[in-house]
Design a protein. Sequence first.
Lengths: 121, 296
Amino acid sequence: MLLDPQVVILDEPTTALDVVVQRAILREILEFRGRLGCAVLFITHDLPLLLEVSDRIAIMRDGEIVELAPATKILADPEDAYTRHLLDSFPSLTGERDDLIRPAAPEPAPAGEAAPPGGDR
Amino acid sequence: MSITLEVAGLVKDFRVRGGPRRTRLRAVDHVSFTIPPGRTLGLVGESGSGKSTIARMITGLAEPTAGHVVLRDAAGRPVPRGAHQEHVQMVFQDPFAALNPFHTVEHHLARPLRLHRRARDRVDASRRVLELLDRVALPAEQIVHRRPHELSGGQRQRVAIARALAPGPQVIVADEPVSMLDVSVRLGILRLLARLQREEDLAVLYITHDLATARHFSDDILVLYQGRVVERGPADDVILGPRHPYTRLLAAASPDPRGGRRALDVDPAAVVASGEMGVYDHHTGRWEDHSGRPMT
Ligand SMILES: Nc1ncnc2c1ncn2[C@@H]1O[C@H](COP(=O)(O)OP(=O)(O)O)[C@@H](O)[C@H]1O
Ligand SMILES: [Mg+2]
């Protein structure tokens, strides 16, 4: 960070990395954000990661922002159907064991495999 | 027919160029496990830990340096080597690379049906192709004549799964089956695999670097580090109560927004120093060497 930036844009900087390396890089990012007082725009599809590191999150779909809110609100009280679908797409690491993937009771075939709002892509 | 997959003492060495001399890289180091019908084993580890090499040895794409892969029928009799291919099928990470861009969906499914004599003739094959597409919840009539580039990523993986089902396998090895897919369709694919497993009583090896889906999709989990198993046990025990420093490091580094912020209390140096700790087995509640003997 030689140029003393005001804004740093990170476009999927950790996507191809293993989680342990991801964590180390995120620490560095947060550390220089604190040190330089710059703003960070972090672009990724990894919503759980964003929920942990960002202040605000904008959810994009088909070139449009469908929801923009503080990370805590996105997690606790999402308004957009697509945001909710994305949140439901990530099973919780340590929370309740839910039947997102393997329901306790057998479900009727295709009905249990709802497509995301707007279709599978 | 129900099949149990048994892997015993698997080793794979690669010869690699290390400077002027060739050296040996042990990619898989004495890995053993059993998957009974209807059960899912999650194999987790970071890239380079040896997961795909294990998958390749199970599916016959690579020869083990030592150890063996055995399929047993319900009576415990080993299935002849020549019949393995029909019983064990693989689902790959990249459905685009796994499908031939010049061939239609129909061709991709009809071929294994004929090869494994699951269809009597052309008409029967066409009917079975539509059946397979139905089973993976694709609109059969709409897509049967499409080519891979005319499908979405999720649809392509469903076609790849249908193709894997075509020979009527009892064991599925899924190597990072959702890692390359859009996040919004990943769970749908895992749910599909879970349903097919229930319908056919399949033994499933689910390979992933993602601890969260491993936990929810698997009955048991095996953690691989540099080709060695370092921890094994029921999914929740391994993920919620990890014992080996490497598993603890992985769990601490994985995002968990709903779980509350955990401190990264694992020093990566402890992992490097853990080389000879052996395997923690949650089933027996003790540290063991790679052949299951207790360590002192
Ligand atoms: N054909 C090969 N020749 C030499 N080394 C290989 C070969 N295939 C895999 N390896 C090495 O073996 C190790 C394990 O690889 P792999 O099984 O692909 O790991 P994973 O699937 O867990 O990412 C890596 O160090 C990799 O570089
Ligand atoms: Mg791999």
